[in-house]
Write a protein of this length. Structure first.
Lengths: 376, 259
């Protein structure tokens, strides 16, 4: 099927109307936009407290618990993976590994050695970044499919290591992971196993900080280099972009966000097991990024919300739940291949069927493309 | 080799398996010159560019740029040394704006990275400002002012060629390599391109170009090197090269007028 026009006439309204709204939004004065962001933040904070909302959203399970996991955890992970996949255009199928590294850092350092949450957080993030660097240094020289295969293997390695290492609890995992210390005497910041709400607030705060950081990166030398690499890696390098360095940064920044998610998840869950970090989680987060609109932060958040919430909302379908979920993903990809809310750039790349390695051929032909398409 | 030599190729050979694309080539570009490399299709011209910019490592021989031997140096490092290029088939970052395309070029001279951007450090802000100003100035210089906000692939063909030149100039090169800059242009576009290339040279950037359009080449070049089957068969001022019987034979197969 021509990806440009999947089923003509059936496509949802093209990004045009959204783009116009986005343009109008950007034209607003800075303070007014910050008021808008604040309103969104307040809305997010109030989500667990809106009466009866839970009955509508997740009739079969605890709305407040679902808001913590999977919804806000997925949102954070999707934001991190979006750096790798959406910005730099690198296909990472083992992203869950960084989430696991963060979670096991919390479980070991917090549960076994009695470290506090706020002490573990930077260490867990640091270890995830280190893992990203170690995985990336040899593998980011690969492109496309090869990178996907290697990262897939990495994700499995981490999980299998946890599964087979007694120190990491083996298949039974690790329990008695301490919660973060309560903040003051404010009732909604008293962390305990029983109440998922404080963890949700914590995650909303972390997500807000991450978004601000990512936005700053997006509009810098780093973000432009990532886009350039995604669009045409060879040309980027010939224009002075140290491609390996910035691909490594994409991996490391993504890993940091995944690691932070893992630390919070472990702390909020009290116990973790290797089965919390299956390949399907990597795939789900990737689906969230692609479905929402790779490269665009609001789109990615929307995608993560949907892939986290839909299976819960579909509990009414009982054993057909996953089928309904899968089916709705397929339908979405047919009618909206560029994602629900794509970044403008990515939408156009997909419409052209280009970007990255596809374009190397130019008029030279695909055989020479890999080795050097710069000839004529 | 003279003292003002900016780029020198000495006995450079490039073999791909059994194919010798470039054979023991000597070529020199002096500061402030416009030098053209011409030759029939498949003569090895673009291979020369690819070796000079670090895409290929020559099988043997030396490439010296500004006193440094640069054989096999990584392309981004070659660019940072002051050597930038354009492509025969336009290779812009199609879906980035014209301004961002040029800013990617200017970043070749910048050093701020992830930490600087996240914390908004002073150097990051200064480099952003410098990059933006330089980019606007270069868009103006190449004659596509006012198009900074346009996504590159929505630009007309001629403007895309100019944007590629602006992006390359953004890296702050001493030597600019243009790979068939006039390809696909009409006569009036070619005339203004010739003007632009002269302006680039007058701004202090040395130019080495590959071009098939003889009017353009003869009009702007200080020297012309002619390649045929990977060998240099002539090198000299335009008038001399035009009348060289070897050149005429390479192009037409027999004695006739080459221009």
């Amino acid at each position: 099927m021509n990806p440009k026009r999947p089923l003509r006439g059936w496509t949802a309204p093209r990004a045009g109307s959204v783009d116009r709204m986005a343009a109008r939004w950007r034209a607003l004065p800075r303070w007014l936009r910050w008021v808008g962001y604040l309103a969104i933040f307040v809305f997010a904070i109030s989500l667990p407290n809106i009466p009866n909302l839970g009955d509508v959203m997740t009739p079969g399970s605890s709305w407040q618990r679902v808001l913590f996991y999977p919804i806000s955890v997925y949102v954070l992970l999707a934001l991190g993976l979006n750096v790798v996949v959406g910005y730099a255009g690198l296909l990472d199928l083992g992203y869950v590994a960084f989430f696991a590294i963060g979670a096991y850092s919390m479980a070991i350092l917090g549960g076994k050695y009695g470290w506090g949450f706020w002490e573990v957080l930077p260490v867990g993030v640091g270890l995830a970044m280190l893992a990203g660097l170690l995985l990336g240094s040899p593998t980011l020289r690969l492109r496309g499919d090869y990178l996907a295969i290697v990262t897939l293997g990495f994700g499995e390695m981490i999980r299998e290591t946890a599964n087979n290492l007694n120190y990491l609890g083996g298949p039974r995992g690790l329990a008695n992971i301490p919660p973060p210390p309560s903040i003051g005497h404010i009732s909604f910041l008293q962390f305990s196993i029983l109440d998922p709400k404080p963890y949700y607030y914590l995650l909303v705060a972390v997500i807000a900080v991450v978004i601000i950081m990512l936005k700053r990166l997006e509009r810098s030398r780093v973000g432009r280099s990532w886009t350039a690499i995604r669009e045409d890696e060879d040309a980027a390098q010939l224009m002075g972009v140290p491609t390996l360095k910035f691909k490594l940064w994409a991996f490391t920044v993504g890993a940091a966000v995944g690691g932070a998610g893992g630390v919070i998840f472990a702390s909020g869950n009290n116990a973790i097991q290797p089965t919390d970090f299956p390949f399907i989680l990597s795939a789900t987060i990737l689906a969230a990024v692609v479905l929402g609109g790779a490269g665009n932060i609001p789109g990615v958040i929307l995608g993560a919300f949907l892939v986290a919430w839909l299976p819960e909302a579909a509990r009414g379908f009982d054993q057909y739940r996953v089928l309904v979920f899968g089916g709705s993903l397929v339908v979405l990809m047919i009618f909206r291949p560029q994602g629900l809310w794509p970044s403008k750039i990515r939408a156009e790349e997909l419409a052209e069927g280009e970007g990255g390695i596809d374009r190397l051929g130019a008029e030279v032909g695909t055989v020479r493309a890999q080795s050097g398409a710069l000839d004529g | 080799m003279s003292e003002d030599s900016l780029l020198a190729l000495r006995g450079v050979t490039m073999r791909f398996g059994g194919l010798t694309a470039v054979n023991s080539l000597d070529l020199e570009v002096r500061r402030g010159e416009i030098v053209a490399v011409i030759g029939p299709n498949g003569a090895g011209k673009t291979t020369v560019f690819n070796m000079v910019t670090g895409v290929y490592t020559p099988t043997s021989g030396d490439i010296v740029f500004d006193g440094n031997r640069i054989n096999g140096t990584r392309p981004d490092l070659v660019t940072k040394l002051g050597l930038a290029r354009t492509f025969q088939n336009i290779r812009l970052f199609d879906n980035m704006t014209a301004l961002d395309n040029v800013m990617v070029g200017t970043h070749a001279r910048h050093t701020s990275s992830v930490v600087g951007a996240i914390l908004g450090l002073r150097r990051h802000r200064a480099e952003e400002r410098e990059g933006r100003q330089t980019a606007y100035r270069l868009l103006h210089f190449v004659g596509i002012q006012g198009r900074g906000g346009t996504v590159a692939r929505n630009l007309p063909y001629g403007d895309q060629r100019r944007l590629e030149i602006a992006r390359a100039l953004g890296t702050g090169p001493q030597l600019l390599l243009l790979d068939e800059p006039a390809a696909g242009m009409n006569p009036s576009e070619k005339a203004s391109l010739a003007e632009l290339i002269r302006n680039i040279r007058d701004s202090g950037v040395t130019v080495l170009l590959i071009e098939h359009d003889m009017t353009l080449v003869m009009g702007i070049s200080d020297r012309i090197a002619v390649l045929d089957f990977g060998q240099k068969i002539a090198d000299g001022p335009p008038a001399e090269v035009r009348d060289n019987p070897d050149v005429v034979r390479a192009y037409l197969g027999e004695a006739s007028s080459a221009s």
